[in-house]
Design a protein around this ligand. Structure first.
Ligand code: UD1
Ligand code: CA
Length: 455
């Protein structure tokens, strides 16, 4: 059966006090609405419909890659109105699951449990029992315990306000019946809105089975109305990620001081120290150590590598048993072969560094291909830019580059060559040559220092 999934994202979100649509604010580095779309897309036979309105163009653009059917709800008049706009696109014999762009952490497992109960004559509600039900629609049940209606906070009697079982908003309804119910909605209520929740009483009257499912965790159905709630959900999400990593065999020095804004995959026995930030897709092999305050973005790190404090890595690949930092910066296009060493205050960019090569101190290596077993002395700079164009530096296997060397690209230093310290290298160096590129030292005998002149 086709699973139509309607995601409501047309609301104004005025309490966010933002120029950006509420649903585009991020949890775990991903826009809330994109999290919901991702979860929804994992259900079998999912047909996604995204309801947009306020700042709808932003939302539409940010979610393009999901290929959802975009439904415009200009002048939003309630959750029922939102569903009515989508009604013409719903499949005839399917069922429709309603989700919310500002309820980002709903779990696939919960939705699967709802789906397992769905039939052409069943309405499935996701409800939750709260100590403080204020603000939510209340689940009204009869003497037999059957659900008969949902009453909104603003329309509820004193007796109904005491009900602690509330509507999460997430529900699954058979399309053939849903179409009739949506057509019959009115806005005769305290908020003058078309309430989606009014379909429950209609279903009850028609003898449709109304069944309820509870989520495993309360945070799955927590919505975001302001930045305080956004921050609270961010902490929930981070805690979930941290627990997953630990269960998979990574050690976190403090699970409350790691931030994963994307996807982090760790091999067994990784150790991650405090205050590290992982962005985009990061994969660490087995037994990788990450020191405190590191930022890793879109990179892979192979087994047994040690990344010391305050190292930043972006769009790079790091081999096995490498040694990085402290204070190393690997910029996009860096590829390190096994056992390479990049030390403190070294910046690399578009640089391939061969196996076992070392750039240990205070250097810039950009647009460079370096062989294996190279030793680069402190303060070496590849001068890759003439102000307009970038040029390549090629360094062969086993080269020794003395400290404080400038390699003016394009230039090639062939294998086994030695560069004297303090050189400015502008010409290619052949294999096994010694290249000197510095002013010759002069020593003067008996030099008398100048004395201070009387005024
Ligand atoms: C709704 C439910 C309530 C439930 C609560 C859970 C109704 C009538 N009430 O109330 O029973 O307890 O959610 O949080 O459904 N939206 C649109 N278009 C609209 C109206 C809303 O896209 O025309 C979106 C909003 O952006 C928001 C969501 O739907 O993301 C819920 O709307 P909101 O007005 O906040 O519903 P509640 O009053 O909280
Ligand atoms: Ca409302």
């Amino acid at each position: 059966m086709t699973q139509d999934i309607v995601i409501l994202a047309a609301g104004k979100g005025s309490r966010m006090k933002s120029d950006f649509s509420k649903v585009l604010h991020k949890v775990g580095g991903e826009a809330m609405v994109r999290r919901v779309l991702s979860t929804a897309a994992q259900l079998n036979d999912a047909q996604l419909h995204l309801i947009v309105g306020h700042q709808g163009q932003q939302v539409e653009q940010a979610c393009q890659d999901f290929g959802a059917n975009i439904v415009w709800q200009t002048n939003p008049q309630g959750t029922g109105d939102a569903l009515r706009r989508a009604a013409p696109s719903l499949t005839a014999d399917g069922a429709t699951l309603t989700l919310y762009g500002d309820v980002p952490l709903i779990q696939q497992d919960t939705l699967e449990r709802m789906r397992a109960l769905s039939t052409p004559n069943t309405l499935v509600l996701l409800t939750i029992t709260l100590d403080n039900p204020h603000g939510y629609g209340r689940i009204v049940r009869n003497q037999q315990g059957q659900v008969t209606a949902i009453v909104e906070q603003k329309d509820a009697s004193a007796e109904q306000l005491a009900i602690q079982e509330v509507n999460t908003g997430i529900l699954l309804a058979p399309n053939a019946k849903l179409q009739d119910w949506l057509a019959a909605l009115n806005n005769d209520n305290a908020q003058g809105e078309y309430y989606l929740t009014d379909i429950i009483a209609m279903a009850a009257e028609q003898g449709v089975d109304i069944v309820t499912v509870e989520p495993e965790y309360e945070w799955e159905v927590a919505g975001v109305n302001d930045r305080v709630q956004l921050a609270a959900l961010e902490r929930v999400w981070q805690q979930q990620q941290a627990e997953t990593l630990m269960r998979q065999g990574a050690s976190l020095m403090d699970p409350s001081r790691i931030d994963i804004r994307g996807t982090l995959t760790t091999g067994q026995d990784c150790i991650i120290d405090i205050n590290c930030v992982f962005e985009g897709n990061v994969t660490l092999g087995k037994n990788v150590e990450v020191g405190p305050n590191c930022v890793l973005k879109n990179c892979t790190v192979a087994d047994n590598t040690i990344i010391k404090a305050n190292t930043m890595i972006e769009d790079s690949q790091v081999g096995d048993a490498c040694d990085l930092g402290p204070f190393a910066r690997l910029r996009p296009g860096t590829v390190l072969a096994d056992k390479a060493k990049i030390g403190n205050f070294v910046e690399t960019k578009k640089a391939h560094i061969g196996a076992g090569s070392k750039v240990n101190h205070l250097s810039y290596i950009g647009d460079t291909t370096m062989g294996a077993g190279v030793n680069v002395g402190a303060g070496t700079i590849t001068c890759n830019y003439d102000g307009v164009n970038k040029f390549q530096t090629i360094i062969g296997d086993g080269v020794f580059v003395g400290s404080n060397t400038s390699l003016v690209a394009p230039v090639e230093v062939q294998q086994g060559a030695t560069i004297a310290a303090g050189s400015t290298i502008t010409k290619n160096v052949a294999a096994d040559q010694l290249a000197f590129g510095r002013a010759k030292q002069m020593n003067k005998n008996g030099w008398a220092r100048p004395t201070k002149q009387e005024k």
